[in-house]
Design a protein around this ligand. Structure first.
Ligand SMILES: [Zn+2]
Ligand SMILES: [Zn+2]
Ligand SMILES: [Zn+2]
Length: 146
């Protein structure tokens, strides 16, 4: 994965700086999908001169290169990023309390709907659909009144 990203960066004329490499190594990990601020917090001990702005710029670049998928989160700067490892198009549900984002490996948008949009003269490039709720850990305990 890292070699593939290196090649893409090189192709577009970007260098793999130590800071960029640190950000990439973190975001291509499987595991919790992170926000820019969380990435910054995790990398700062090792890279004290890294700014949050640098993290944002790199996440934007990696998204444009097709390496990351942004998942719109709840609230400002809640966007999380996941690596395009399983490249099948899918959607997400985001917990409004803890911000965790889970993949829903299916797409409910039907082809007729997309055709309707194309018929309005648009060339459709992509779509995005996020669901919001409370995850199993954050939802209130199911109460039993029996
Ligand atoms: Zn939660
Ligand atoms: Zn996903
Ligand atoms: Zn979809």
């Amino acid at each position: 994965m890292l070699d593939e990203i290196k090649a893409k960066l090189k192709e577009k004329g970007f260098r793999l700086t130590p800071q960029r490499q640190a950000i990439i190594s973190l975001v291509i990990n499987p595991g919790p999908k992170l926000t820019a601020a969380e990435i910054w917090g995790l990398l700062r001990p090792k890279h004290p001169d890294m700014s949050l702005d640098t993290v944002y710029r790199n996440l934007t670049l990696l998204t444009e290169l097709g390496v990351l998928i942004p998942i719109a989160g709840a609230g400002k700067d809640g966007t999380r990023y996941e690596p395009v490892t399983h490249s099948r198009h899918h959607h997400h549900i985001v917990c409004l309390k803890c911000g965790e984002a889970a993949c829903i490996d299916t797409c409910p948008i039907n082809p007729q709907f997309l055709a309707t949009v194309q018929n309005q003269g648009y060339q459709l490039l992509r779509h995005n659909l996020e669901l919001f709720g409370l995850c199993a850990r954050c939802k209130p305990e199911d109460r039993c009144y029996v």
